[in-house]
Design a protein around this ligand. Structure first.
Ligand SMILES: Cc1cc2nc3c(=O)[nH]c(=O)nc-3n(C[C@H](O)[C@H](O)[C@H](O)COP(=O)(O)OP(=O)(O)OC[C@H]3O[C@@H](n4cnc5c(N)ncnc54)[C@H](O)[C@@H]3O)c2cc1C
Length: 228
C-alpha cells in the first residue's frame, strides 16, 4: 500500500486503513518467511537473509521495491526527508507541523518538494491541504528540473494537475535544477538560493542495497529480467 502512504502526511489515522496484516491476505499453501534479504547469489541460486539463513531457489523474482536516489547532489541526502514508508510520511507530517507552528504571517515557513513526479506531486498536495486545515503561515513550492510537471505524460492530464496545485496555492517552479543543498538553503545550478524550513526529496529511484553484490544485469541496483 506504499502508493497510499502520502495520505499520512495530512492525517495520521489513515495508517490503520492502509496497513494490511500479512495473515489476512496470505494463502496457506505458500510459505511466508519474514526476513531481510541481504544478498542474492545468482550463481549458487540462493537468497541470503540478514540473519545468516540461506534459501535456495530454481527461479527468483525480485520485488524489493526501491530506495530514494540522490544522484550525487551535494548535501541532498543529509538534509532532505524522503517518502518510501509510513514512517517517512509521519516524519514529514511532524516536520511540517513543527515548521508551521513556529511560523508567523510575517515570517512564513518554507516547504520545498523536489521533484514533480507522482510522489512529489502527491506530497506537495497533501502538505498544502494540511497547511490549509491547520491554518499554517506556509509557502509550499514544487521544484522540478524539467520544463513540465509529471514529465512525459498526457498534456491535458498535466494541465489538470497543474490547475489543482494552483488552486491549492502550491507554487510550481519548473526548469529549476537543484545543484547543492545545505542547512536551510538550496543552491540551484543557475546560482539562485532558495531557503527552506522543510525539504522533501521525491526525485529519484534506485534499487535496494541487498542487490549490491548480485552478479546480474543491473543499473543502480535495478535488476533487468533474466531467463533462468
Ligand atoms: C507516496 C507515493 C505515492 C505513489 N503513488 C502511486 C500511484 O498513485 N500510482 C502508482 O501506480 N504508483 C504509485 N507509487 C509507486 C508505487 O507505490 C510503487 O511503484 C509500488 O509500490 C512498487 O511495488 P513493488 O511491489 O515493486 O515495491 P514495494 O511496494 O516498495 O514493496 C517492496 C516490498 O519489499 C520489502 N523489502 C524491501 N527491501 C527488502 C529486503 N532487503 N528484504 C526483504 N524485504 C524487503 C519492503 O518492505 C516492501 O514490503 C507511489 C509511491 C509513493 C512512495
Amino acid at each position: 500500500m506504499l502508493h497510499e502512504s502520502h495520505r499520512l502526511i495530512r492525517d495520521a489515522s489513515v495508517r490503520e486503513e492502509i496497513t494490511v496484516p500479512v495473515e489476512e491476505i496470505w494463502d496457506t499453501d505458500i510459505e511466508f518467511v519474514q526476513g531481510e534479504v541481504a544478498g542474492l547469489d545468482v550463481d549458487a541460486r540462493a537468497v541470503e537473509l540478514a540473519d545468516g539463513e540461506t534459501i535456495g531457489y530454481d527461479l527468483v523474482v525480485v520485488c524489493l521495491g526501491s530506495r530514494t536516489a540522490f544522484f550525487g547532489i551535494d548535501g541532498l541526502e543529509n538534509h532532505a526527508l524522503t517518502l518510501k514508508s509510513l514512517d517517512d510520511a509521519m516524519a514529514i507530517n511532524e516536520a511540517v507541523a513543527a515548521a508551521g507552528e513556529e511560523a508567523s504571517e510575517d515570517d512564513p515557513a518554507g516547504v520545498i518538494v523536489g521533484e514533480a513526479g507522482l510522489t512529489g506531486i502527491q506530497t506537495a498536495g497533501e502538505i498544502a491541504a494540511y497547511r490549509t486545515e491547520r491554518d499554517f503561515p506556509m509557502d509550499v513550492t514544487l521544484v522540478e528540473q524539467a520544463n513540465e510537471i509529471f514529465l512525459g505524460h498526457d498534456h491535458e492530464f498535466q494541465g489538470s494537475i497543474r490547475n489543482e496545485l494552483d488552486d491549492h496555492d502550491v507554487e510550481i517552479r519548473t526548469g529549476t535544477v537543484i545543484g547543492e543543498v545545505d542547512d536551510g538553503t538550496i543552491h540551484t545550478e543557475d546560482g539562485e538560493e532558495i531557503d527552506y524550513d522543510v525539504l522533501v526529496w521525491a526525485g529519484g529511484v534506485a534499487g535496494q542495497n541487498a542487490l549490491d553484490s548480485a552478479n546480474s544485469n543491473k543499473e543502480y541496483n535495478r535488476v533487468s529480467p533474466a531467463r533462468p
